[in-house]
Design a protein around this ligand. Structure first.
Ligand code: ADP
Ligand code: MG
Length: 703
């Protein structure tokens, strides 16, 4: 079919871009807005009023009826409350539209239903949203109409962060300040700003919506809680990069258009490893915009899927035994004048600034591996991290052969005099030229890999916000830069001092480098020997954000206060037990109302067959065997169900959030597995006509 899409015309059509601001704003106001956006500070109310008028004009011209402060509370998704532009009609009954500067820059909402982990006392239930000027306003077009969305940070009355954006913005300020100190040491006086660039590769599954709607587990929890393996899995690797089916293609086409209109740089699309699994990668952007855009991407994916009769599953592990989904968080640092601090150049061994940056990152990741691990944890990711498809829960760094050798030389001799050459890939076909391949070969098993001119943090879950991982990365690297700058600024001989420091950091933190197979058991043992943390579950990782080490780090750089960290820990524990509780609920319902009754019906049919065969004078050997198997599994299911219900009940009344979360992990989760096992066995025996829910094959191969 191929529709005509003019990408240049639609790109950022629904965004109040800098270009549009220039068009709609008086020159001096525009200049003021740019100044505040780039250098921080606040707009005067007078300026804000002018901006609000311009934004309203543009929005209304494009059909908007409402505006909203769009924010990212700690639920992991976005929140919005729409207000119409209308104001009280005048004496003639005419209604004028209104939007003031005050309404643009600050909002107030009853925030008592958003997680705050005790930060907000009940008498002060208000939360405040404040415009993040670095992220442009945009229009959301929906069946509900067109809404002007203003990206905002969300704080309590006492300025405590209640969202994902505020700490990320704070961490961006920290890394800017510290990275500039490093650049100045190398004589750079021209760069004015350093900011993190982030490109999140988003994995997802698409299944047929009608099939999806027949499964309570998918509807309520986003993943299958029961399900025997399909006859075919991903063993043939025929889905990865495979041809994209027509219906999926139509979805992708529509998705791209929607995203482009919102200024999201959707770039790469392909089928992933598992059947029905796909990936979308945008072009990287400044971290906070990348986060906003990733949230939008997830939201639009779900919406567009529905339009195409599909359901988009963003859960980290929708199907047991099949590859799960992650979100590779590509991260680098660049200056306002276009220098990428992570670019090694042609001769990384001689690039002292790059080696210092690298040494600092190694130190940061080694010192705070626990925080990085925590930042990528969510209930769904517990089912993925450490399984032999996703990076392990142990954080390590992969550098590739060339850089690894440079580090080795530096550690051993203090000099890196040689550089392992780039390899040339010989195609063996005379018409295709041989080409140099990346010196950083791929290692998919590594959680934190250097890939050319960026690091790729691969542990992040597909459904999770990229706020936490990038906040952690920015802050821990800011700390390492700060400590290095403190030392180097005070040194008499910079050349000698930087040389010593690089060698020292690389020697002290060498243990974090691992180039081998991250999936192997040998690595688990080796990591333990090296003293690297192995925090197996989300619950195990929560307290890392409250250690003295963490509090000192975050308070020093103004990213989190101690009370913000304590409240976040509460929220994480609560989020975990809530999620498991919902899953246990959904399992109870499916087991008792669907699976057990269906299995009993099948058993009844078998029993009848047994009787009939006996009457006919033959020995009912096979139906008897099957009947016994079915009966055994029903019995096992019923017992497991009762036991799981008991445990859930015990857990849910526990008052202490941490205790409750651990109880759910150690008791309810295993009880759920015990209930699932006999059900999945039954699915393999029971006639498909009797089975009450769609199978894995129905879900993954009938899209
Ligand atoms: P790779 O094949 O190495 O994974 P891609 O070119 O497919 O790299 O990019 C993957 C993601 O990384 C994309 O979102 C891309 O925009 C992003 N990316 C590329 N370069 C950088 C960079 N310097 N900093 C941050 N992200 C980057
Ligand atoms: Mg990649």
């Amino acid at each position: 079919m191929g529709t005509n899409i003019n990408v240049e015309e639609i790109f950022a059509k629904n965004v109040f871009t800098v270009a549009k601001m220039r068009d709609y704003l008086p020159e001096e106001v525009f200049a003021e807005v740019m100044r505040v956006r780039d250098n921080g500070g606040e707009l005067t109310l007078k300026t804000a009023d002018v901006v609000a008028q311009a934004m309203k004009k543009w929005a209304i011209e494009n059909g908007a009826t409402h505006y909203t402060h769009w924010f990212q509370p700690l639920t992991g998704i976005t929140a919005e409350k729409h207000d119409a532009f209308i104001k009280h009609p005048d004496a003639e009954g005419k209604c004028l539209l209104e939007f003031s500067g005050k309404e643009l820059i600050k909002g107030e909402s009853d925030a008592s239903s958003f997680p705050s982990g005790g930060l907000r006392a009940t008498f002060e239930a208000r939360g405040y949203t404040a415009w993040d000027m670095t992220s442009p306003a945009f229009l959301k077009e929906d069946a509900i109409g067109t809404i002007l969305c203003i990206p905002t940070a969300f704080c309590s009355y006492t300025s405590e962060a209640l969202d994902m954006k505020t700490p990320l913005l704070r961490s961006m300020e920290a890394i800017n300040e510290q990275a500039l100190r490093i650049l100045r040491l190398f004589g750079n006086t021209s760069s004015k700003k350093v900011f993190p660039n982030v490109g999140p590769e988003q994995e997802y599954f698409l299944v047929d919506r009608d099939t999806y709607l027949k499964r309570e587990d998918l509807i309520f929890t986003g993943r299958t809680l029961f399900g025997a393996p399909a006859p075919k899995g991903q063993e043939l690797d025929d889905h990865y990069y495979g041809t994209i089916e027509e219906r999926i293609g139509a979805f992708m086409n529509d998705l791209n258009v929607e995203l482009w209109k919102l200024g999201v740089t959707a770039k790469t699309q392909h089928n992933e490893v598992a059947p029905a699994q796909h990936e979308l990668a945008p072009i990287y952007e400044t971290a906070n915009i990348a986060m906003d855009h990733n949230q939008l991407t997830m939201e639009i994916m779900k919406k567009v899927a529905q339009r195409h009769g599909l359901a988009c599953l963003l859960h980290e592990k929708p199907f047991q035994g099949v590859n799960g989904s992650g979100k590779h968080d590509n991260w680098s640092l660049s200056t306002d004048d276009g220098i990428n601090l992570l670019d090694p150049g042609e001769t990384p061994n001689e690039n002292i600034q790059f080696l210092l940056v690298l040494a600092c990152i190694l130190k940061a990741v080694d010192t705070h591996a626990d925080l990085l691990r925590q930042s990528a944890s969510c209930p769904g990711n517990d089912l993925r991290l450490g399984a032999s498809e996703a990076p392990p829960a142990i954080i390590s760094v992969f550098l590739g052969e060339q850089l690894d050798d440079v580090v080795r030389q530096l550690v051993e001799t203090g000099e890196a005099s040689t550089l392992k050459g780039n390899k040339v890939l010989k195609t063996g076909v005379s018409t295709i030229p041989d080409f140099a391949i990346d010196a950083t070969d791929r290692n998919r098993t590594s959680p934190f890999a250097f890939t050319g001119n960026k690091f790729e943090f691969r542990s992040v879950g597909s459904s999770d916000s990229i706020g936490s991982p990038n906040t952690v990365l920015n802050t821990i690297v800011a700390e390492a830069f700060c400590e290095a700058a403190d030392e180097l600024e005070a040194a008499d001989d910079f050349g000698l001092a930087v040389h010593d420091l690089i060698k020292r950091y690389m020697t002290e933190h060498n243990r974090i480098i691992f180039n081998g197979d991250g999936y192997s058991d040998a690595w688990v043992k080796e990591a333990e020997r090296r003293g690297l943390p192995n925090l197996k579950s989300m619950v195990d990782a929560v307290d890392t954000i409250k250690t003295e080490k963490a509090v000192k780090l975050y308070e020093k750089f103004g990213v989190f206060t101690r009370s913000e960290l304590e409240s976040r820990a509460e929220i994480l524990y609560e989020q975990y037990s809530r999620t498991v509780n919902i899953e246990a609920h959904a399992m109870t319902s499916m087991a008792s109302k669907q699976i057990i009754p269906a299995a009993m019906e099948y058993a009844g049919m078998l029993a009848e067959t047994v009787n009939q065969m006996k009457q006919a004078g033959v020995e009912p050997i096979v139906p008897m065997q099957m009947l016994k198997q079915v009966n055994d599994n029903i019995t096992e299911m019923q017992q497991a169900l009762e036991s799981m219900k008991e445990k859930r009940k015990t857990g849910i009344v526990m008052k202490n959030q941490k205790e409750r979360a651990f109880y759910f992990k150690d008791n309810v989760v295993p009880a759920m597995a015990a209930l699932r096992a006999p059900a999945d066995r039954l699915e393999k025996i029971v006639d498909k006509e009797y089975w009450p829910i769609p199978s894995y094959a129905d879900l993954m191969f009938e899209v």
